[in-house]
Design a protein around this ligand. Sequence first.
Ligand code: HSC
Ligand code: NAD
Length: 727
Amino acid sequence: MAAFRHISDAVAVITLSNPPVNALSSALLQAVHKALGEANEDSAVKAIVLCGDHGKFSAGADIREFGQPSKKRGPGLLLLCDLLEGSKKPVVAAIEGVALGGGLELALGCHYRIAHVQARVGFPEVNLGILPAASGTQRLPRLIGISPALSMITTGKFVPATEALKLGIVDEVVNENTVDKAIQLAKKVIDQPLGSRQLSTLPVQCPPNAEALLDEALVKVKKQFRGALSPQACIEALRAAVRLPYSEGIKKEKELFDFLYNTDQPRAQQYAFFAERKVAKWTLPSGVSWKTASPQPIRTAAVIGLGTMGRGIVTSLAKAQIPVIALEQDKKQLDLGSKAVMSLLDREALKMKQLGQSAAASQPGPVQFTLDYSKLKDVDIVIEAAYENMVLKKEIFRRLSAICKPKAFLCTNTSGLDIDEIASVTDRPQMVIGTHFFSPAHIMKLLEVVYGQNTSSTTISTAMHLGKMLGKIGVLVGNCPSFVGNRLMRLYIEQVIFLVEEGSKPEEIDRALEDFGLAMGPFRMMDLSGLDIGWKSRTEIGLTGPNLPTGTPARQRGSKRYSPLPDILCEKGRFGQKSGHGWYKYEKPGDRNAIPDPWLHNFLSEYRGIHNLKSRHISHDEIIDRCLYALINEGFKVLEDGIASGPEDIDVIYNNGYGWPKHKGGPMYYASLVGLPVVLTKLEKYYEANPDIPGLKPSGFLKKLVAIGNPPLKEWQSHLGSQSSKL
Ligand code: HSC
Ligand code: NAD
């Protein structure tokens, strides 16, 4: 690792080099500091270019060094930014690939910036629970104004070079060798005055309503990222830029950084960052892994079924410029589905345009709509998204097996049916896999990739690679009813409904869990996805409806407690948003604003009367503990069963598919933070009070971890021993 110096016609080129992303480790900062000092001392050098190796400028501070004692660090990043700006010789940043976080701060310290057309810049610190803390919050608004700086710093979005040019972040965008262009510019500006290029000396460009803008942004982030501190701190740092001179603003930036750093949130968010990278490196219990398996190319795809999920999956494939054939069962559904897809694609193209993407990059892949299965004979992959019904899915897979070319991969978007049973009707069970998208499929980042007992490593690798092509985070999981995400969710939903039976109102439970940070409370979520879906599948498996054995107590199935509440709501036509009422009421069907419903409150009182249930006050803490610990307990059972390969996998699934707040790391991380002995004690207490709810019975693995002294999360898997994978 080095920042080597190379002189080209009076221009010193300092290259950041720390593969793979030139993260600004202390060693690299030290090397740059030294090279800059030498360049400034050397009378043959008249100008300096700062660039990055491996086609990237820099992805910012080395996140792996966070939390290490600061005395180990050499010269700080802030000092380096100041030294660059203070250099008497013009410094030009040549930005290729990315200039993110501290990388962009370094570039803002330079006097000029040139970017390659495919480069992206941004301040993603907010996603790591911190803020740009090496002058980013003070220099950026001095360059581009408070409003765009506010948007960039609070969202962490990556800005493409062309947009960065429009905003004034870079001086020039080039299509050819960026370093050569930067050298040319550096030569041109030798001996020119640098005053106007030293951002720290400039006033902040701010409109008269700047304070109001900041107040408005604060309200927005408090609502959108409930409980997350870094977006609020970013706004306060920008407020300091508006109100204070640069030197004072810098002090405030540091104060806010120190404040955030002393909370749990940065560690949780940085854990989530590395967990997302870890899940890409999958390994099967057999030892086969991402390193040894290679993906097959996916040039064309087909999607079966254009309902809620199929539409989003087609859009996602087309957005990734993969040509798609979309197939429906009849003309009416095909017309409905094709209209919906075209409108989604139009919206996506508009979004891309607004983000500054070129027309070519915003152009989706072609979509062909058909009723004819024979059209699928040459596609590389098929994703089935028809109704959740095993008989139907088997019928479709039999047909696909007969029609598709032998090398075509066959995927199902089932939410939890047995992948092996589906694969068993095909001529290629090794090429069958679950690709479980989340709704809306063109937006949600998560893709659960479910492998069956015959699924080959090439198929896994191809499905994981497809996820990457679609901009998703693929997590490989084993095959069991409901896989990982929905398996845990079932226990959580069960608790919230039992809590309503015991005395809570749906809106109280939603508020408690939303205050905790979840994107949406469980009752609003059930109303949004439709209560009838779960009702239909419970009826199909004989938990409700005409096939239920006579004499079954209403609130019991076998020896387990059962709540018929959602079934009764469905019998009354209360399916959620789509019917205008469910757990809440809505102004009209399809409306999104959930209004607490006095009818439901009366109905709940009557229901409790009928079933002799005594209503009691349930505290906010009990709501959180019972719902979350039931979910976490199932997480330990999933690990015990070898269905997920580590707690990080479960956390990535919850962070990206179920609206878990990233500043709390994920459910398993949260359990480690609370302490496993606390989780166990609470579960034991709730299970003792509710012995007919098996979901509250503490998992053996959780007990084992507590018995061996509550080891840190990264060591959990090593204690599984012979309990490991049963697949
Ligand atoms: C920061 O800059 C704070 C500053 O404001 C300074 C604060 C100063 C404090 C002063 C105190 C007063 N560090 O994602 P990939 C690794 S905060 C270390 O798979 P891609 C990654 O783990 C930073 N490692 O590749 C992986 O390693 P593995 C703000 C980093 O092509 C490998 O690189 N910057 C790293 O899909 C490849 O990564 C960010 O938040 C880093 N900064 O995406 C940017 N960045 O192979 C975070 C990456 O061992 N990075 N790695 O698994 C990204 O968004 C993506 O990695 C990229 C590349 C878009 C750069
Ligand atoms: P949906 O009812 O909205 O759509 C299903 C579509 O499949 C309908 O348009 C129907 O006409 C079509 N179809 C049925 N039989 C067909 C056949 N033989 N050939 C071609 N098309 C056929 O269902 P959905 O919500 O999109 O769910 C689809 C699948 O995705 C299910 O397996 C479901 O469990 C799963 N899933 C759903 C969600 C969700 O939130 N809705 C999330 C993840 C996974």
